[in-house]
Design a protein around this ligand. Structure first.
Ligand SMILES: [Zn+2]
Length: 275
């Protein structure tokens, strides 16, 4: 059994605000990296007990250099560093039996610990008319390969967001959101136990979880926070700018086109000044 673990940081056990996830200025960042590595290890340990033979861990936060390589479970390989063409799911293909999304968070504009979608410029992101966050976007990428996302970990609200898209998905809820930067967190011991329990449940259930299906080609719509960002994103060849809603539309031929175009739009939009 070959598994892909995409590990983000906002939904990691014990993490509640920017001080844990900002590599440059976060006073708790070094602690956050440790928590992230511990969450990943809990999942890897349980996965190996459940029969996993190959595990690729994709560090999926910010510059993607957060997991403590020297402390990661010896049986897992680590994909670290950036840029990567397919960012949080780079390396995922049809040779994997399942994917697990660890430390994930809710989408931009809804409650949940550190909710956002990819970066600060997106207000809403749609695939084939369906609003998605990072969970849904990455699940759609995996879905084209027919790889099911069988588990998510994070707060109680990302668990709900995931269940709406993938019925039956196992959810390891390691904290209960109180506000966007506050949560009631399980203890280290309880969080580890929950991650292990849900991993085993998920891997015993792979055949029952359908991959997240989206029709290909995929209609992507990116609604930006302000018009300047949308104008920059609309430089992407083949895109269509809908001025009334600040949305840039693009028809992606496949999951690769989808991911790289989204990244190109975000990078362009980041260059737009607000004032
Ligand atoms: Zn992140």
């Amino acid at each position: 059994m070959k598994l892909f673990l995409s590990v983000d940081m906002e939904g990691i056990s014990g993490i509640v605000d920017n001080t844990y996830i900002n590599p440059d200025a976060g006073v708790n960042y070094q602690r956050g990296r440790k928590f992230m590595t511990e969450d990943a290890n809990a999942v890897i340990e349980a996965a190996i007990e459940a029969g996993a033979t190959e595990i690729l861990v994709a560090d999926s936060h910010n510059t993607m250099n957060n997991i403590l390589w020297e402390s990661l479970h010896p049986k897992a390989k680590l994909l670290a560093g950036s840029p990567r063409n397919y960012s949080m799911v780079h390396g995922l293909d049809d040779t994997f039996d399942a994917a697990l999304f660890i430390g994930y968070h809710t989408r931009q504009g809804v409650p949940g610990v550190l909710s956002h979608t990819m970066s600060g410029v997106i207000r809403n992101l749609y695939i084939n008319g369906r609003v998605v966050g990072e969970f849904g976007f990455n699940a759609a990428y995996a879905g084209v390969y027919q790889v099911p996302v069988v588990m998510v970990s994070g707060d109680d609200l990302v668990a709900e967001e995931a269940k709406e898209l993938i019925p039956g998905i196992a959810t390891a809820v390691v904290k209960k959101a109180v506000s966007r930067t506050a949560a009631i967190c399980l203890s280290r011991e309880e969080a580890t136990a929950e991650l292990k329990k849900q991993t085993k449940l998920a891997l015993g259930n792979i055949k029952q979880i359908a991959p997240f299906q989206t029709a290909v080609p995929m209609e992507m719509a990116v609604q930006f926070c302000h018009a300047g960002q949308a104008e920059m994103a609309a430089i992407v060849p083949g895109s269509r700018y809908e001025t009334e809603t600040g949305t840039v539309h693009y028809t992606a031929q496949d999951q690769h086109d989808l991911y790289t175009t989204m990244r190109a739009m975000l990078n362009l939009a980041a260059g737009a000044e607000f004032f």
